[in-house]
Design a protein around this ligand. Structure first.
Ligand SMILES: [Zn+2]
Length: 72
């Protein structure tokens, strides 16, 4: 799984749960930070992508501050 903190590609929202997702190897996926925090019926995959026209800083803030529930 990819980390939202280090993922450099596009970030979308998942149409199933409204949380951030990205295009993984098998289609839309959620991030590792969302391990225990996203109640998405498709997790760890994600639903259809909602494309967001992020302003540069808003995506950077999301990357840095998104809650991380991945077990470490
Ligand atoms: Zn989802």
């Amino acid at each position: 799984m990819a980390s939202i903190r280090t993922h450099t590609g596009q970030v979308h929202l998942c149409a199933s749960c409204g949380q951030p997702s990205f295009d993984g190897e098998y289609g839309p996926e959620h991030f590792s930070e969302q391990w225990d925090g996203v109640h998405c019926p498709r997790f760890p995959l994600a639903g259809d992508r909602i494309v967001i026209a992020w302003a540069g800083m808003s995506l950077e803030t999301l990357r840095q501050q998104y809650p991380d529930t991945y077990p470490r």
